[in-house]
Design a protein. Structure first.
Length: 193
């Protein structure tokens, strides 16, 4: 199955999720459409379609991001380019931390969202969604994960666990992550269970 991404973090994460076929990264020659849809699902489906059309292979694509309640849903679909086109994870993280300074602590609730689109060999399409709820802190912690993980404290680890996503082991993260949940839901659908 082709993953419509060349992001090594995503290729590794999807490759570690049980129940999905073997994941291959997008060939270098395939050009993906711009991520200019208004929704995560729209962006994911556009990329999955492009990968399927270019390769003829079964394809999946995700569009993921962080939705912050106290910022009216930002960074949302702009999560990967919150600080501008070509921004690094560090630049996006820094801008989000600055943006949170004006947000009351009680309004720093957030969720990671993953829309995962699948285009089968015959062109049939489906989109599933996974969520991971949590709160944001303004002092980054941990060296695992990527993106906004160092300031995202997931709710699913329990009220007495204040570790960020970047402090969790890979298996702990996959068990509760938005991407893991979406991938497991897709794997269930593909297996017919």
């Amino acid at each position: 199955m082709i993953l419509a991404s060349r992001n090594p973090h995503k290729v590794r994460e999807f490759g570690e999720i049980e129940g999905l076929p073997e994941i291959e990264p997008l060939p270098e020659v395939v050009e993906l459409p711009p991520e200019d849809a208004a929704t995560f699902a729209g962006n994911a489906l556009g990329k999955a379609r492009a990968a399927w059309e270019a390769t003829g292979e079964e394809a999946i694509a995700d569009d993921s991001g962080l939705v912050v309640d106290g910022l009216d849903g930002a960074p949302g679909v702009l999560s990967a380019r919150f600080a501008g086109e070509g921004a690094t994870d560090a630049e996006n993280l820094e801008l989000l931390i600055e943006s949170l300074e004006s947000v009351p602590i009680g309004s720093r609730t957030a969720r990671y969202v993953c829309a995962l689109a699948h285009v089968a060999s015959d062109g049939a399409e489906q989109v599933v969604e996974g969520l991971c709820e949590g709160i944001l802190i303004t002092e980054p912690r941990g060296s695992g994960g990527f993106g906004y993980d160092p300031i995202f404290v997931p709710s699913d680890t329990g009220p007495s666990d204040d570790r960020t996503m970047a402090e969790l082991s890979s298996s702990e993260k996959h068990a509760i992550s938005h991407r893991g949940r979406a991938a497991r839901l897709l794997a269930e659908r593909l297996s017919g269970s």
